[in-house]
Design a protein around this ligand. Structure first.
Ligand SMILES: [Zn+2]
Length: 93
């Protein structure tokens, strides 16, 4: 998987952003990839309304992906399951 596709890193987030698509007024969509397990997330930020302070951790590996300051409302949804490269196949608790 190619990580950098030539997009300038204007943001200082520790993960790679994909291309944005269809920006509606007051809503910013982007794609987030977990740098740890490569799970893909669709990120939707509502610029017009305040959200909650908090943090978002990767649903599959618990890596901290984003800290919300509450200035905007942010929703993240898992869209791409990470490839199962870890040996969790035999781990049946
Ligand atoms: Zn992850």
């Amino acid at each position: 998987m190619g990580q950098s596709r030539g997009y300038p890193s204007l943001r200082c987030f520790p993960w790679t952003f994909g291309e944005t698509d269809g920006t509606i007024a007051g809503m910013r969509k982007s794609d987030v990839t977990c740098p740890n397990c490569k799970a893909g997330y669709r990120r939707i930020e509502l610029m017009t309304r305040p959200g909650n302070r908090g943090e978002f951790r990767c649903l599959t590996c618990n890596h901290l992906l984003e800290v919300f300051d509450g200035s905007t409302e942010v929703a993240l949804r898992l869209t791409v399951q990470p490839e199962k490269t870890l040996n969790d196949a035999d781990n049946r608790f």
